[in-house]
Design a binder for this molecule. Structure first.
Ligand code: ATP
Ligand code: MG
Length: 238
């Protein structure tokens, strides 16, 4: 009998500390955090405001660096990468979904999804990239809105565009910071269902920082944080 392949830890934090100097005081945003996020499933980071959720996303996305400890993403130790390699890493290995969508209002829906391909080099032809963007828009139910200015869309539609955009460069990890904060309950459900299905299809790890309890049923693992420390980890078999 063949065994199912072991789930890969695409994200690994080991003994991570992050401090911010603020005047004469030091804020310990993360204090010895070790955690994993696996490919093909969603992992939630939950906890009170200031507990360190966004700080973790920023470290995994190489938008900031740890004060101590290691952050390994898709087998790469981020401490070992130089600035050019980190820029390449941000563009190719991670996709971002934001609370405020961060779409470019003057561009069309399709142009917004294509944006990650305009940064850095791409080995693919323009035609292949446009085809992938169209497929992703079809997958998130927005093929008909492809050529519309993105600012004509509803909030839920905009967040579905940002999910498609986050996946455009076939990232190993998607980082979503409060992705449902500006959506109503029903719309949140649609976006979360898509995120969960697409991360499984694309074999990406999704790391979601959230206050929204509606996110939790979609997540396979829930990591609870308080004051820069992990206080609990649950496997929900979602
Ligand atoms: N750039 C910064 N400079 C100084 N302190 C910071 C900075 N970024 C975060 N912090 C501090 O680090 C701690 C963790 O912040 P973080 O943004 O990670 O919390 P969070 O869990 O995402 O909170 P929220 O739920 O409000 O988004 C807080 O005390 C915050 O004030
Ligand atoms: Mg935050």
């Amino acid at each position: 009998m063949s065994q199912a392949p072991a789930q890969q830890a695409v994200v690994a934090l080991d003994g991570v500390t992050k401090s911010f100097e603020l005047g004469r005081s030091t804020i310990g945003a993360l204090q010895g955090v070790s955690m994993r996020a696996l490919s093909g499933q969603m992992t939630a980071l939950v906890g009170p405001s200031g507990s360190g959720k966004t700080t973790i996303l920023n470290l995994v996305g190489a938008l900031d660096h740890p004060s101590a400890g290691s952050v390994t993403v898709a087998g790469q130790d981020l401490n070992a990468l130089g600035s050019d390699e980190l820029a390449d890493f941000r563009n190719r290995t991670v996709g971002f979904v934001f609370q405020n969508f961060n779409l470019i209002p003057v561009l069309t829906t399709l142009e917004n999804v294509m944006l990650p391909t305009q940064i850095g080099r791409s080995e693919e032809s323009e035609q292949v990239l446009v085809e992938r963007a169209c497929q992703l828009l079809d997958r998130v139910g927005l093929a008909a809105q492809m050529n519309q200015p993105v600012n004509r869309l509803s909030g839920g539609q905009m967040q579905r565009v940002s999910v498609a955009r986050a996946l455009m460069n076939q990232p190993k990890v998607i980082l979503a910071d409060e992705p449902t904060a500006n959506l109503d309950h029903a719309t949140s459900g649609k976006v979360l269902e898509l995120l969960r299905a697409l991360c499984a299809e694309e074999d990406a790890a999704v790391l979601v920082a959230t206050h929204d309890p509606a996110v939790l049923p979609y997540c396979r693992t829930i990591i609870r944080m308080k004051d820069g420390i992990i206080v609990g980890t649950e496997d929900t078999r979602a």
